[in-house]
Design a protein around this ligand. Sequence first.
Ligand SMILES: N[C@@H](CCC(=O)N[C@@H](CS)C(=O)NCC(=O)O)C(=O)O
Length: 228
Amino acid sequence: MTPLPILYSFRRCPYAMRARLAIAVSGQRCELREIVLRNKPPEMLAASPKATVPVLVLADGQVIDQSLDIMRWALQQHDPEGWLAADRATLDSLIAANDGPFKRDLDRYKYPNRYAAEHAGDDKAFAEAHRSSAARWLMELDARLNGHGWLCGASVSLADMAILPFVRQFAHTDAAWFAAQPWPNLLAWLARWEAGPLLVRVMGKYPPWQAGLAGVEFPPIAPPPTEF
Ligand SMILES: N[C@@H](CCC(=O)N[C@@H](CS)C(=O)NCC(=O)O)C(=O)O
Protein backbone atom coordinates (compact mmCIF):
# COMPACT_ATOMS: atom_id res chain seq x y z
CA MET A 1 0.00 0.00 0.00
CA THR A 2 1.32 3.49 -0.83
CA PRO A 3 2.25 5.32 2.34
CA LEU A 4 0.14 8.34 3.21
CA PRO A 5 1.54 11.85 2.83
CA ILE A 6 2.99 13.07 6.14
CA LEU A 7 1.79 16.36 7.59
CA TYR A 8 3.92 17.98 10.30
CA SER A 9 1.52 20.21 12.15
CA PHE A 10 1.01 22.19 15.31
CA ARG A 11 -2.55 22.34 16.56
CA ARG A 12 -2.82 26.04 17.33
CA CYS A 13 -0.72 27.42 14.47
CA PRO A 14 -3.03 29.32 12.10
CA TYR A 15 -0.91 28.36 9.10
CA ALA A 16 -1.15 24.70 10.03
CA MET A 17 -4.88 25.12 10.67
CA ARG A 18 -5.51 26.45 7.18
CA ALA A 19 -3.60 23.52 5.70
CA ARG A 20 -5.61 21.04 7.78
CA LEU A 21 -8.87 22.73 6.76
CA ALA A 22 -8.09 22.27 3.07
CA ILE A 23 -6.86 18.70 3.52
CA ALA A 24 -9.98 17.82 5.50
CA VAL A 25 -12.44 19.32 3.03
CA SER A 26 -10.64 17.79 0.07
CA GLY A 27 -10.88 14.30 1.54
CA GLN A 28 -7.14 13.67 1.12
CA ARG A 29 -5.77 11.40 3.80
CA CYS A 30 -2.46 11.90 5.51
CA GLU A 31 -0.48 10.90 8.57
CA LEU A 32 -0.49 13.81 10.98
CA ARG A 33 2.57 14.29 13.14
CA GLU A 34 1.87 16.80 15.89
CA ILE A 35 5.03 18.68 16.77
CA VAL A 36 6.25 20.89 19.57
CA LEU A 37 7.69 24.12 18.15
CA ARG A 38 10.60 24.27 20.58
CA ASN A 39 11.56 20.66 19.94
CA LYS A 40 11.05 20.02 16.25
CA PRO A 41 11.72 16.47 15.10
CA PRO A 42 14.88 16.02 13.01
CA GLU A 43 12.76 14.23 10.39
CA MET A 44 10.80 17.43 9.83
CA LEU A 45 13.94 19.58 9.71
CA ALA A 46 15.51 17.20 7.21
CA ALA A 47 12.46 17.55 4.96
CA SER A 48 12.24 21.33 5.37
CA PRO A 49 15.22 23.15 6.90
CA LYS A 50 13.26 26.40 7.13
CA ALA A 51 11.67 24.80 10.18
CA THR A 52 8.13 26.15 10.12
CA VAL A 53 4.88 24.22 10.20
CA PRO A 54 2.98 23.06 8.27
CA VAL A 55 5.14 20.73 6.17
CA LEU A 56 3.63 18.13 3.90
CA VAL A 57 5.81 15.29 2.60
CA LEU A 58 4.15 13.45 -0.25
CA ALA A 59 4.52 9.72 -0.83
CA ASP A 60 6.99 10.37 -3.68
CA GLY A 61 9.17 12.47 -1.38
CA GLN A 62 8.06 15.87 -2.70
CA VAL A 63 7.97 18.44 0.10
CA ILE A 64 5.40 21.27 0.27
CA ASP A 65 6.30 23.63 3.06
CA GLN A 66 4.12 26.70 2.58
CA SER A 67 0.63 26.54 4.02
CA LEU A 68 -1.02 28.06 0.96
CA ASP A 69 0.73 25.62 -1.35
CA ILE A 70 -0.56 22.76 0.82
CA MET A 71 -4.08 24.19 0.57
CA ARG A 72 -3.83 24.47 -3.19
CA TRP A 73 -2.32 20.99 -3.52
CA ALA A 74 -5.20 19.43 -1.56
CA LEU A 75 -7.88 21.39 -3.39
CA GLN A 76 -6.38 20.57 -6.77
CA GLN A 77 -6.98 16.88 -5.93
CA HIS A 78 -10.58 17.56 -4.94
CA ASP A 79 -12.42 20.79 -4.23
CA PRO A 80 -15.97 19.77 -3.35
CA GLU A 81 -16.99 23.20 -2.03
CA GLY A 82 -15.34 25.22 -4.80
CA TRP A 83 -12.81 27.04 -2.60
CA LEU A 84 -10.65 27.70 -5.68
CA ALA A 85 -13.53 28.96 -7.83
CA ALA A 86 -13.18 32.66 -7.00
CA ASP A 87 -11.04 35.04 -9.01
CA ARG A 88 -7.38 34.18 -8.43
CA ALA A 89 -6.16 37.79 -8.16
CA THR A 90 -8.80 38.59 -5.53
CA LEU A 91 -7.93 35.50 -3.51
CA ASP A 92 -4.24 36.29 -3.68
CA SER A 93 -4.60 39.92 -2.67
CA LEU A 94 -6.86 39.15 0.30
CA ILE A 95 -4.50 36.45 1.54
CA ALA A 96 -1.44 38.65 1.01
CA ALA A 97 -3.02 41.41 3.12
CA ASN A 98 -3.71 38.86 5.83
CA ASP A 99 -0.30 37.21 5.81
CA GLY A 100 1.52 40.54 5.57
CA PRO A 101 0.21 43.61 7.40
CA PHE A 102 -2.54 41.91 9.39
CA LYS A 103 -0.31 39.15 10.73
CA ARG A 104 2.30 41.77 11.63
CA ASP A 105 -0.30 43.73 13.62
CA LEU A 106 -1.70 40.55 15.17
CA ASP A 107 1.69 39.49 16.52
CA ARG A 108 2.34 42.93 18.00
CA TYR A 109 -1.14 43.17 19.50
CA LYS A 110 -0.87 39.72 21.06
CA TYR A 111 2.72 39.80 22.21
CA PRO A 112 3.81 43.46 22.57
CA ASN A 113 6.60 42.46 24.98
CA ARG A 114 8.29 40.43 22.23
CA TYR A 115 8.71 43.64 20.24
CA ALA A 116 10.26 45.77 22.97
CA ALA A 117 12.90 46.97 20.51
CA GLU A 118 10.14 48.64 18.46
CA HIS A 119 8.65 50.77 21.21
CA ALA A 120 9.48 52.85 24.25
CA GLY A 121 8.36 50.36 26.85
CA ASP A 122 4.63 51.10 26.85
CA ASP A 123 3.31 47.66 25.90
CA LYS A 124 -0.31 48.67 26.24
CA ALA A 125 -0.14 51.68 23.89
CA PHE A 126 1.91 49.66 21.38
CA ALA A 127 -0.57 46.79 21.45
CA GLU A 128 -3.52 49.15 21.05
CA ALA A 129 -1.94 50.92 18.08
CA HIS A 130 -1.54 47.59 16.33
CA ARG A 131 -5.04 46.53 17.30
CA SER A 132 -6.38 49.73 15.69
CA SER A 133 -4.35 49.21 12.57
CA ALA A 134 -5.62 45.62 12.27
CA ALA A 135 -9.17 46.77 12.98
CA ARG A 136 -9.12 49.07 9.95
CA TRP A 137 -8.51 46.06 7.76
CA LEU A 138 -11.12 43.99 9.57
CA MET A 139 -13.64 46.75 8.85
CA GLU A 140 -12.83 46.31 5.18
CA LEU A 141 -13.48 42.60 5.49
CA ASP A 142 -16.77 43.38 7.23
CA ALA A 143 -17.78 45.54 4.25
CA ARG A 144 -16.85 42.76 1.82
CA LEU A 145 -18.94 40.28 3.78
CA ASN A 146 -21.99 42.54 3.79
CA GLY A 147 -24.87 40.83 2.03
CA HIS A 148 -22.75 37.84 0.93
CA GLY A 149 -21.65 35.81 3.89
CA TRP A 150 -18.24 34.98 2.45
CA LEU A 151 -15.31 37.13 1.35
CA CYS A 152 -15.66 36.42 -2.36
CA GLY A 153 -19.43 36.22 -2.62
CA ALA A 154 -22.12 33.73 -1.75
CA SER A 155 -19.89 30.70 -1.37
CA VAL A 156 -16.87 29.89 0.72
CA SER A 157 -13.46 30.44 -0.84
CA LEU A 158 -9.80 29.76 -0.24
CA ALA A 159 -9.51 33.30 1.14
CA ASP A 160 -12.10 32.67 3.87
CA MET A 161 -10.40 29.52 5.03
CA ALA A 162 -6.89 30.94 4.77
CA ILE A 163 -7.83 34.05 6.78
CA LEU A 164 -10.32 32.80 9.38
CA PRO A 165 -7.72 31.11 11.64
CA PHE A 166 -5.89 34.43 11.98
CA VAL A 167 -9.04 36.44 12.66
CA ARG A 168 -9.94 33.85 15.28
CA GLN A 169 -6.62 34.45 17.05
CA PHE A 170 -7.19 38.19 16.90
CA ALA A 171 -10.75 37.80 18.25
CA HIS A 172 -9.67 35.60 21.16
CA THR A 173 -6.97 38.01 22.27
CA ASP A 174 -9.65 40.21 23.88
CA ALA A 175 -12.99 38.59 23.15
CA ALA A 176 -15.08 41.24 24.91
CA TRP A 177 -13.45 44.08 22.95
CA PHE A 178 -13.80 42.17 19.69
CA ALA A 179 -17.48 41.43 20.24
CA ALA A 180 -18.21 45.10 20.96
CA GLN A 181 -16.88 46.38 17.60
CA PRO A 182 -19.21 47.55 14.82
CA TRP A 183 -18.48 44.66 12.47
CA PRO A 184 -21.60 42.49 12.54
CA ASN A 185 -20.83 40.69 9.29
CA LEU A 186 -17.37 39.78 10.50
CA LEU A 187 -18.73 38.52 13.82
CA ALA A 188 -21.33 36.39 12.06
CA TRP A 189 -18.75 35.01 9.59
CA LEU A 190 -16.39 33.99 12.39
CA ALA A 191 -19.14 32.61 14.62
CA ARG A 192 -20.63 30.52 11.82
CA TRP A 193 -17.27 28.97 11.04
CA GLU A 194 -16.41 28.39 14.69
CA ALA A 195 -19.72 26.58 15.21
CA GLY A 196 -19.39 24.47 12.07
CA PRO A 197 -18.24 20.86 11.74
CA LEU A 198 -15.04 21.48 9.77
CA LEU A 199 -13.19 23.36 12.49
CA VAL A 200 -13.90 20.61 15.03
CA ARG A 201 -12.51 18.02 12.64
CA VAL A 202 -9.20 19.83 12.33
CA MET A 203 -8.74 20.74 16.00
CA GLY A 204 -8.24 17.29 17.50
CA LYS A 205 -5.66 17.09 20.30
CA TYR A 206 -2.86 14.62 19.72
CA PRO A 207 0.29 13.82 21.64
CA PRO A 208 3.55 15.01 20.08
CA TRP A 209 4.89 12.60 17.50
CA GLN A 210 8.21 10.83 18.06
CA ALA A 211 10.33 8.76 15.69
CA GLY A 212 9.29 5.15 15.86
CA LEU A 213 5.66 6.00 16.59
CA ALA A 214 2.94 6.07 13.99
CA GLY A 215 1.35 9.46 13.52
CA VAL A 216 -2.43 9.72 13.55
CA GLU A 217 -4.52 9.33 10.47
CA PHE A 218 -5.98 12.66 9.40
CA PRO A 219 -8.66 13.81 8.94
CA PRO A 220 -10.26 11.72 11.67
CA ILE A 221 -13.25 9.60 10.69
CA ALA A 222 -14.94 9.96 14.08
CA PRO A 223 -14.99 13.20 16.09
CA PRO A 224 -11.39 13.91 17.06
CA PRO A 225 -10.09 13.67 20.61
CA THR A 226 -10.29 16.83 22.68
CA GLU A 227 -7.87 15.45 25.30
CA PHE A 228 -4.99 13.07 25.20
N1 LIG B 1 4.94 31.07 5.45
C1 LIG B 1 4.77 29.91 6.31
C2 LIG B 1 4.69 30.38 7.75
C3 LIG B 1 4.48 29.27 8.74
C4 LIG B 1 4.83 29.69 10.17
O1 LIG B 1 5.40 30.77 10.40
N2 LIG B 1 4.52 28.82 11.15
C5 LIG B 1 4.94 29.09 12.51
C6 LIG B 1 3.99 28.55 13.56
S1 LIG B 1 2.42 29.38 13.57
C7 LIG B 1 6.25 28.37 12.78
O2 LIG B 1 6.39 27.22 12.44
N3 LIG B 1 7.22 29.06 13.38
C8 LIG B 1 8.49 28.48 13.71
C9 LIG B 1 8.77 28.50 15.17
O3 LIG B 1 8.01 29.10 15.94
O4 LIG B 1 9.76 27.89 15.56
C10 LIG B 1 3.53 29.14 5.85
O5 LIG B 1 2.61 29.78 5.31
O6 LIG B 1 3.48 27.91 6.00
